[in-house]
Design a protein around this ligand. Structure first.
Ligand code: PHE
Length: 371
């Protein structure tokens, strides 16, 4: 029996639901039976013809017949049904005209029950994570971040840092030089920066004191890779120049930074050293975080500090007055300190990594431990 629109006597929501449900069921059935253009025309006219189409009947038998207080709801539902019928008539035509062939449907079938493609979340590389942590410590002290180029001139990497040409202090830097620079004056020749200290000069050239900057970045040295050396590594440089900055400020700042990075029970020790651009210069040692500074662990000598109780961590010193001469600062008016630390070395200690190469091999099994 084909569907015919019933007269309604009950206009309750439940009765309307039931009537609408029946109508939509019939619509669905009749739509799927359409297989030619002719079928479709009949289908369209049966549902939408102005004269006696199903929708017209619905209008007459349901809406017009509805008592006053039900008109509003019936009207709403009739409108919804109208929209659904129109959509179905359109969709039915689309299906018989250009609807995808069953071959194409089979071809494009998607099994939505298959597991999805997993995109693992990335994470910060342990070196970058450590670098950001160091930067954070100094940002909290009011330092701002400066960066410089990895390909530097001899001037910034050496000369302005008080390494005179041919001075033996240059030999300690294991410099990688860019080829084909011999026709240039020495100071313009390019090299891969061996430390982040050139950023000190670049910063002082563009900023007047007071200066408080932290300079993170990649540096290069002609070192054969082994468990503790890599030809590429990272440093964080620090520079503070102002009036009346003393060695005490340097000690207090670095002592605070080491405690922030390694825990408040860590002690620092400043050991005389030499850098051409600082005077006096010091190496900073921290009490060994593996044996608590005792030099012994598990009843034997601590391997990490070679039983000394101390681990050497970074270089520092008061900015050499000669350096101010290169950047137009007046050494009679200002003083300051600088320091430089190796990021991998700090990461190795913090995370107990036993081979620096692990940072650069890109093995996800290693890296995901830091995620
Ligand atoms: N640039 C030095 C190095 O790489 C470290 C350093 C920086 C020392 C700043 C003193 C002051 O060895």
């Amino acid at each position: 029996m084909p569907y015919s629109v019933p007269k309604l006597t009950d206009f309750s929501s439940a009765a309307l639901d039931a009537a609408a449900g029946e109508l939509l069921f019939a619509l669905e059935q009749e739509s799927s039976a359409v297989s030619s253009e002719n079928d479709w025309k009949n289908f369209r006219d049966r549902w939408m013809a102005r004269k006696n189409g199903v929708l017209t009947q619905v209008n007459d038998l349901w809406l017009k017949a509805a008592p006053k207080d039900a008109k509003r709801e019936v009207g709403q539902r009739v409108n919804e049904l109208k929209a659904k019928v129109e959509r179905s008539v359109d969709a039915t035509l689309a299906r018989i005209q250009g609807g995808p062939s069953s071959a194409r449907l089979a071809d494009e079938r998607v099994d939505v029950t298959l597991p999805g493609i997993r995109r693992p979340l990335g994470a910060q590389h342990p070196v970058i994570k450590t670098m950001n942590e160091i930067i954070g410590v100094f940002r909290n002290l009011g330092y701002s971040v400066e960066e410089g180029p990895e390909i530097e001139t001899d001037y910034y990497n050496f000369e302005a840092l008080n390494f005179p040409p041919n001075h033996p202090a240059r030999d300690t830097q294991d410099t990688l030089f860019i080829a084909g620079q011999d026709s240039k004056p020495l100071r313009d020749r390019l090299l891969l920066r061996t430390h982040t200290s050139p950023v000190q000069i670049r910063t002082m050239e563009k900023m007047k004191p007071p200066v408080r900057v932290i300079c993170p970045g990649k540096v290069h040295r002609n070192d054969a890779p082994d468990a503790t050396h890599s030809p590429i590594f990272h440093q964080v440089e620090g520079l503070a120049v102002d009036t009346n900055i003393t060695f005490c400020d340097l000690k207090g700042t670095l002592d605070h930074a080491m405690k922030a990075l390694f825990g408040s029970s860590v002690k620092t020790r400043f050991y005389p050293s030499f850098f051409p651009f600082t005077e006096p210069s010091a190496d900073v040692q921290i009490s060994c975080i593996f044996c608590g500074g005792t030099g012994t662990r598990d009843g034997g000598p601590c391997r990490n500090c070679k039983a000394s109780g101390w681990i050497e961590l970074l270089g520092c010193g008061m900015v050499d007055p000669n350096v101010y001469g290169f950047v137009d600062y007046d050494p009679k008016k200002v003083s300051g300190f600088a320091f430089g630390m190796g990021v991998e070395r700090i990461a190795i200690l913090k995370y107990g990594v036993d081979d620096i190469q692990l940072f650069f091999n890109g093995d996800v099994r290693f890296l995901e431990q830091f995620a």
